[in-house]
Design a protein around this ligand. Structure first.
Ligand SMILES: Nc1nc2c(ncn2[C@@H]2O[C@H](COP(=O)(O)OP(=O)(O)O)[C@@H](O)[C@H]2O)c(=O)[nH]1
Ligand SMILES: [Mg+2]
Length: 304
């Protein structure tokens, strides 16, 4: 059997978390069409006949403006030191730009310090572009880095995913280590997954700039044999944002809570009582104590 440590990096919104979920075949990372959906590195474990991949999904690499974002980017880059294999994910719908170059340069730097067993460039969202458009992209990216392979793929449909997995195991050697149980697919606590599930519902049910201003903390998580009671706080920066989340007559908040509860019950296989409040706190994204409580930053980003 083979065991490999894999880190997925790339700009925001290219489909890193979708790829992680597709590989693990469980929803371990939340996904939305908004940048910065992923705020801390998330470990997923993928089990295959050839062996196991310990996969770290990271926040999108970008130029940070808040303390939270700076911590996110630093944490993402820091995870590279743990990798055997790196996936650099790009969106094949867009031309390579400075943002992609920034990502590749960070990987090249890490590679100089400690060489990886493989570095793959994955042209994601290949389902959404015509084939002739891929060739110039491949040629451009080829000149940037000595990739192990460049593979067009679709995390959404699974197109070419088996090929990528096969190539990945090709980089790894056999080990006598026992590996993890086949029912283990993440290192996240239920508490932090609960917070993420609520944030996903907020992101999916609101528009535009709001997502950046939203954080979720779990104030209470009480497990009992019959019912798990969860109290959560949604943090925003302005009272207008609070209004948007609560919605007319509290309707949106009710929908957020209900959908999140159903998702938790499915994922955790238990009955949940969920209470959600919205709290306004200007500048919460620059408050180190709060960020730590929510698990953002350098804490917890480990491949074990
Ligand atoms: N068409 C298409 N859309 C995708 C694909 N992978 C991800 N997406 C979409 O791209 C958006 C961002 O995905 P996400 O996984 O959150 O990106 P991340 O920020 O890199 O983790 C979501 O709306 C996804 O549904 C893909 O292979 N094809
Ligand atoms: Mg993500």
């Amino acid at each position: 059997m083979k065991i490999g440590k894999l880190v997925i990096v790339g700009r925001p919104n290219v489909g890193k978390s979708t790829l992680l979920n597709a590989m693990v075949k469980e929803k371990v990372a939340i996904v939305s069409d908004k940048p910065q959906t992923t705020r801390s590195a998330i470990l997923g474990v993928a089990h295959y006949p050839e062996g196991q991949l310990m996969i770290l999904d990271t926040p999108g690499l970008h130029i940070p403006r808040h303390r939270m974002n700076a911590q996110m980017v630093q944490a993402a880059i820091g995870t590279l030191t743990q990798a055997d294999v790196v996936y650099v994910v790009v969106d094949s719908q867009v031309s390579p730009g400075p943002g992609d170059r920034f990502v590749v340069e960070e990987v090249a730097k890490a590679q100089r310090d400690a060489p990886f067993l493989g570095v793959f460039l994955l042209l994601n969202k290949a389902d959404a572009v015509a084939k002739p458009r891929l060739l110039p992209l491949i040629q451009e990216y080829q000149s940037w880095f000595p990739w192990t392979a460049i593979v067009p793929l679709s995390a959404k449909t699974g197109l070419q995913l088996p090929r990528v997995i096969e190539l990945t195991f090709g980089c790894l050697s056999e080990t006598s280590e026992p590996g993890l149980d086949s029912d283990c697919f993440t290192n996240q606590s239920m508490k932090s997954m609960a917070g993420e599930i609520i944030r996903e519902q907020v992101l999916q049910r609101t528009r535009a700039e709001l997502p950046y201003a939203v954080g979720v903390s779990i104030e209470q998580f009480l497990e009992s044999p019959t019912l798990t009671e969860i109290h959560a706080l949604i943090w925003v920066e302005k009272s207008s944002q609070k209004g948007i989340i609560i919605g007319k007559g509290g309707l949106r908040l009710k929908e957020i809570g209900q959908a999140a509860r159903e998702e938790m019950e499915r994922l955790f296989q238990m009955k949940i009582f969920l209470q959600v409040w919205v709290k306004v706190q200007e500048g919460w994204r620059d408050n180190p104590q709060l960020l730590l409580e929510m698990g953002y930053g350098t804490e917890g980003a480990s491949l074990g």
